[in-house]
Design a protein around this ligand. Structure first.
Ligand code: SF4
Length: 240
């Protein structure tokens, strides 16, 4: 049986399908730089458990994370301190914006492992929100309206997994754009679920050794696979 495709690989595939190939090529995957602010924001969102006095709660959790995270992750101490200082300045605004959305998020279960043999999919969902809605935590900028396409497809992936467990269709999900304290509700459509399954099949083919073409709009400038990708390209051009 083929190993399952993880829902977060869908996001990697949408960034560039070649990244799936290079991720699969190396035993330990591509080098990943830990972004301290991303990690802090994510941990902060996951720490929310009460609706009262959110700002003090977030400040308290931030100071605890400042001590604990270096013990858990390999992160540059200076980078972590800088990220903490930046977030201290932003916490009040995040808490204000989030306050009106807490009913959408709590009570919840955080970081749930999901797996389906039948779908060939697996993943760790950030939050299972009230009403059984999948919720993603994002640390980048929110779009002007709605949610980003890759977030919609990831929600569709988790809705497939949750739906398989509960034998039902999950038609709505949430995206938490933590930097702005926004929580956006999104419809999960059948067409997105079908697209997830097509991408799953494509990822399987790539894992079996099919190197995809380089997309015209590939975001190569800051790509962690740039060196190996360019080597592959020049090797291939020698033969053709
Ligand atoms: S360098 Fe460009 S084409 Fe190659 S994997 Fe990265 S984004 Fe894709």
């Amino acid at each position: 049986m083929q190993p399952s495709v993880r829902v977060n690989e869908i996001s990697l595939y949408l960034r560039c399908p070649r990244l799936i190939f290079f991720e699969n090529l190396r035993d330990k995957g591509l080098p990943r730089k830990i972004d301290a602010k991303h990690m802090l924001l994510r941990s902060l969102m996951l720490s929310i458990s009460e609706k009262d006095d959110l700002e003090s709660h977030l400040i308290e959790n931030l100071s605890r994370m400042r001590e604990e995270l270096p013990l858990v992750y390999e992160v540059e101490p200076d980078e972590l301190q800088l990220a903490c200082r930046e977030l201290e300045d932003e916490v009040a605004g995040i808490a204000r914006a989030l306050a009106s959305n807490l009913d959408l998020l709590l009570p919840c279960q955080a970081e749930i492992d999901l797996f389906s043999d039948r779908l060939g999919l697996s993943g760790r969902l950030d939050r299972l929100a009230p009403g059984g809605m999948p919720s993603l935590i994002r640390t980048g900028k929110a779009p002007q309206e709605g949610i980003w396409k890759k977030d919609r497809l990831m929600l569709a992936g988790y809705s497939l997994l949750l739906g398989e467990m509960g034998k039902t269709h999950i038609n709505q999900g949430l995206v938490e754009y933590s930097r702005q304290g926004l929580v956006r509700t999104a419809e999960i459509r059948g067409v997105d679920r079908a697209r997830v399954l097509r991408i799953r099949d494509r990822i399987r083919q790539i894992r079996q050794g099919q190197l995809p073409d380089r997309p015209e709009d590939a975001p190569c400038d800051n790509c962690e696979a740039r060196e190996i990708c360019e080597t592959r390209h020049s090797l291939a051009s020698r033969f053709f």
